[in-house]
Each structure stands twice: as structure tokens, then as C-alpha cells.
Design a protein around this ligand. Structure first.
Ligand code: SAM
Ligand code: DTB
Ligand code: SF4
Length: 340
């Protein structure tokens, strides 16, 4: 299957608005070719630095502009605490460990040195390491790559035309420039969006055009449904129709056949059946663990039941490794079925 990088907004709109049965059939055909075992990656998420962020993202509890929105105490975790959580996530079956910092950009100094130690520690446990921490410099990207960082998450969130309805403190161009920097350092890209921000289907199509226009495609594409948080400007947004999420996942799978499409925030509000449809549509990763950053995620046992009910396989965490060197692209990880 030869990937394309020149999808037009009209082509993507046609996909997003196709009869659901046809869209699912097309997405399944692609998915079966690239991932015949339906292997799912389990990624665990931990908020290392929570709250007090200088950006004004309208959905986010962690912006300093939304006082009272933070449902958990503002705090910063140390290296030891983070590596304890990483080891627990590995023991529970996670393959990737994702760490978040509520920053506009990464500051140099002790907090960045601690981030590097966390990345090294997670890699030494044998897991993939992902960081999401805002903008960064070329030198910081280079040092993160040298520490063994597998992926950097930096979401575009929505289409370019809707972006400044959601965030005013940085531009779409800033976001793209950061992604470019990450790629140049040889770190894989994790970038996607959120449904439910008041966007149109055209905005969703335009977001997918930008993502699928990247060459190579981003290695991971998180698809989030807005988790409405009291105290944020988007608290009263109507819930996303689960079938819209299924359509977005299916379109992402067709446009970016070899990317990991991660069914991300919003699963706690989805039925088991809606999540199964997302897996059928080509989602091949979920956040696994009972918390996202500041909001709840389904319990481990519920997710184990979900994966068993779907009959999919999941990647086992690789054995402990001392070599933290990183190759771009998918990590092979042993797929297993029925053991967590
Ligand atoms: N500050 C960094 C940044 O913005 O890149 C890293 C942390 S930020 C919380 C990571 C991502 O979480 C955001 O880009 C957004 O896509 C997602 N996110 C945050 N709050 C959310 C919410 N309430 N619902 C869904 N996704 C959310
Ligand atoms: C992503 O796309 N979604 C995750 C992760 N990458 C960093 C974050 C979801 C956050 C949901 C709201 C919260 O828990 O605060
Ligand atoms: Fe800050 Fe990231 Fe939240 Fe935006 S999404 S306010 S950048 S923590």
C-alpha cells in the first residue's frame, strides 16, 4: 500500500461523510492489510507537572487563565515518583509510557534535566517513552533524542481555520514549527486532534489534510473527544456523537495507513460498543490506566474486558533493556492475546 501525502479537503470530506457502512469497510480493508493481528498498543499517561500553564487553550483545566478548573492539586512529580509509576504501568501491561508537563515551552534547568532522567529511566525499563511539554528548542530536541525519547506529543487539536477560536496565545504555525523541530531531531511524532471543540466537519477534514500531508505521516495520531471540564470556556459544549468519533478514526486509518491511531481522551464517556466500533474502524492504541492527565480514564479491568471482548491482541512490554537507542517507526513488541 503506497501512502499518499496529497489528500484534498474535498476528498477527506467525502470520506467523513460517506455512508458509515462503506467508510468502515474501506477502513477495515486498510487496517487488515497493515495490522492483520489487530494488535493494539497500550499507552499509560502520567501528569508530571500539573497546572499553572501560560497558554489559554479553551478546553484545558491546566491553563492559569481558568482558575478553579483544575480537578486535582497543582503539583510536580520527581524522577523517583515518575519511575515508580512507570514500573507499575509496565507491570500492568503498558507498552508506552507518556509523560505530560503543563508548559507553554520547556524551560532549561533542573526541570529539563529531570525530564531527561525520566526518559532514560523509562527506556531502561524497556518501554517506549513519550513526552508532551509544549514548545522546545533544537538543542532540547537533540538532548531528548540522545536520552532515548521515542515520541514527542504535540497536538494540532483542530483545523487551521478553527484554531484561533480555541487558542489565542500561540499560532498554528508555532505548533507546526515545533513538530518540524521534533522530526529533525529524529524523534517520532505523536500529533492529532480533539472532536467537540465547536468545529465543523470541514474543520475536521482540514485537520486530517494537514496531518496526512506530513511526509512521513506522524507515527502516532491521537484522536480525542473533548472531556468537558467545569471552569473552562468549553465546559458546556454538547457531547460528541460517538459515531463522529468512529468516522474520524476510520478516516485517519485510511489516510495514514501505517500510523498508530490512538483512541485517546473521552473513552470514559463511551459505551463498550462505541469503543469496539472505533477498534473496528482502525484504532490500534488506547490510553491504559485509570487517569489521563487531570481526568478519569476507564479502569484497567474494564479495558482488559474490552480488549478481550474485541478479540484483539496487544503488545507486551519488551524485556528490560539497557540499550536506549531508538529507531523511528513502530516498535515490534511481542503481540499477545489474553494475557495482562
Ligand atoms: N502543554 C502541552 C501541550 O499543550 O502540548 C502538553 C500537555 S496538553 C494537556 C496535551 C494535549 O491534551 C492537548 O494538546 C490536547 O490535545 C489534550 N487535551 C487537553 N485537555 C483536554 C480535554 N479537556 N479534552 C480532550 N483533550 C484534551
Ligand atoms: C493526547 O492526545 N491526549 C492526552 C495526551 N495526548 C497527552 C491528554 C488528554 C487529556 C484529557 C484531559 C485531562 O485529563 O486533563
Ligand atoms: Fe497548557 Fe497544554 Fe493545557 Fe494548552 S493544553 S493550557 S498548552 S497544558
Amino acid at each position: 500500500m503506497t501512502p499518499r501525502y496529497d489528500w484534498t479537503a474535498q476528498e477527506v470530506l467525502n470520506l467523513l461523510q460517506a455512508p458509515l457502512v462503506d467508510l468502515l469497510w474501506q477502513a477495515q480493508s486498510v487496517h487488515r492489510q497493515v495490522n492483520p493481528g489487530y494488535t493494539v498498543q497500550l499507552a499509560s499517561l502520567l501528569s508530571v507537572k500539573t497546572g499553572g500553564c501560560a497558554e489559554d487553550c479553551a478546553y484545558c483545566s491546566q491553563s492559569a487563565r481558568h482558575p478553579g478548573a483544575l480537578p486535582t492539586p497543582a503539583q510536580t512529580l520527581g524522577v523517583e515518583q515518575v519511575l515508580e509509576q512507570a514500573a507499575a504501568a509496565k507491570a500492568a501491561g503498558a507498552h508506552r509510557f507518556c509523560m505530560g508537563w503543563a508548559w507553554r515551552e520547556i524551560p532549561n534547568g533542573p526541570a529539563f534535566e529531570a525530564m531527561l532522567a525520566m526518559v532514560q529511566g523509562v527506556r531502561a525499563l524497556g518501554m517506549e517513552a513519550c513526552v508532551t511539554a509544549g514548545m522546545l528548542t533544537d538543542d532540547q530536541a537533540r538532548r531528548l533524542a540522545a536520552a532515548g525519547l521515542t515520541a514527542y506529543n504535540h497536538n494540532l487539536d483542530t483545523g487551521p481555520a478553527h484554531y484561533n477560536q480555541v487558542i489565542t496565545t500561540r499560532t498554528y504555525g508555532d505548533r507546526l514549527a515545533t513538530l518540524q523541530r521534533v522530526r529533525q531531531a529524529g524523534i517520532t511524532l505523536c500529533t492529532g486532534g480533539i472532536l467537540g471543540l465547536g468545529e465543523t466537519v470541514q474543520d475536521r477534514a482540514e485537520l486530517l489534510v494537514v496531518l496526512a500531508g506530513m511526509n512521513p505521516h506522524p507515527e502516532s495520531v491521537p484522536i480525542n473527544a473533548l472531556v468537558p471540564i467545569e471552569g473552562t470556556p468549553l465546559a458546556e459544549q454538547p457531547p460528541v456523537d460517538p459515531l463522529e468519533l468512529v468516522r474520524m478514526v476510520a478516516a485517519a486509518r485510511i489516510l495514514m495507513p501505517r500510523s498508530r491511531v490512538r483512541l485517546s481522551a473521552g473513552r470514559a464517556n463511551l459505551s463498550r460498543e462505541a469503543q469496539l466500533l472505533c477498534l473496528l474502524a482502525g484504532a490500534d492504541s488506547i490510553f491504559y490506566g485509570d487517569r489521563l492527565l487531570t481526568t478519569p480514564n476507564p479502569d484497567l479491568s474494564k479495558d482488559q474486558d474490552l480488549l478481550r471482548a474485541a478479540g484483539v491482541r496487544w503488545q507486551q512490554s519488551p524485556a528490560r533493556q539497557t540499550d536506549v537507542s531508538r529507531k523511528p517507526g513502530r516498535s515490534p513488541g511481542q503481540p499477545v492475546r489474553g494475557r495482562l
